[in-house]
Design a protein around this ligand. Sequence first.
Ligand code: ADP
Length: 423
Amino acid sequence: MALTQVAILIIVVAAVASWLNLESCQQTPGCARSVILWVLGISIPVVVLVAWLWGRWYANKTLVITNQLERDYNRQVGLVEFQRQRNQIVMQYLADGVLLLNKKGEIRLINRAASEIFDIPQAKAIGQPFSSVAWNHALIDLWQACRQQEEEQRATVELDRQNKFLEAIFKPIQPQEGVSYLVVLQDLTRIRRLESIRRDFISNVSHELLTPIASVRAVVETLEDGALDNREVALKFLGRAADEVDSMTQLVNELLTLTRIESGVTEFKFSPTAVSELILRPVERFGEQASRKEIELSVEVAPDLPMIPADCDQIWQVVRNFLHNAIKHTPRSGQVKISASKKKKEIIFAIEDTGVGIHPEDLPRIFERFYKADRSRNRGAVSGTGLGLAIAKHIVLAHNGRIWAESSLGKGSTFYFSLPINN
Ligand code: ADP
């Protein structure tokens, strides 16, 4: 039963009792007064007690509510702070440059990518006019157009100093907290580079296919023009046509191989393999080609090498590509050596030649798809698709190995790859 009800009950009981007393003591002088005092004597402490208890209960309840409100408030503040920090992290690590400008065009916020684009520390950029931080005219023009027309402006801008392409977007936004414009700078350099690689690829493949196609066409025309009547000459021309078809087939095969590896379709079948097994078979295959150019082809495999997990067919392809290049780029009477040795937890393979070497500018890029070093030298004299090293790289990486090259122009090159002893 609630406290108030108990108190009311006590008061009612006291009132009834007093009424009964009053009834019975109507004749007695002073009796009524003492009954009233008696009732008051009971009721007042009871009322006071109830009021006190109720007051305490109410205060407690208020305290509980206040605490709850405080907890909710703290939680909200924490949430806002968490979101603020999260937004800040996102902003900081965003690959695109982001700036917020006020009405006057002063920078209110600049993320790390934007500060790197403009080569200015974030703290120093805050408060400065955008036009003084962005030294590029095209960007400043775009910003002024956005401000004057109060409309979104976007354009591709080239930053000569950094050799970069940016998609710049200037956007007026609903003004809040002193911010009126959003600037986003997307780095298109990578995309542009991929586009240029793709363009290179199409032009390479077209060139590589057109050359043998033109040769085959010329052979057919020569045969039609009468060479067919001379069996010996005809056979010579047919042999040339077959060679051209072979080179087209190789190009198409290499393209297919690379596409399959890059898209993860190729399944690598690893099994414990002897290191010499990985080298000797491809070397045998190139023996004749090397002796035709009077190139000394030698092999040096360190003794007692452990078996390593490898996909034999794939590693043969790597060794074949390296040997093919080494013989191709080594002049008559040169040397090509292939060796294998153990270093810490890896087997290091090296294919060394005394060939033309690679220009230091080309060296970092030769493992890129379709990249051909020294195009002027290669044109005509030495054919190739620029795919062989890219294929080798993918195969070695799939084995958790490493691949690299050293070269000295005019003296020769050494191509290395490593395979882990325990995959
Ligand atoms: P390609 O089919 O053109 O040979 P690769 O990917 O095998 O394609 O090689 C890329 C480029 O690296 C070649 O165009 C060539 O210029 C250069 N290169 C590769 N190996 C050698 C080497 N042993 N000596 C000199 N240059 C080499």
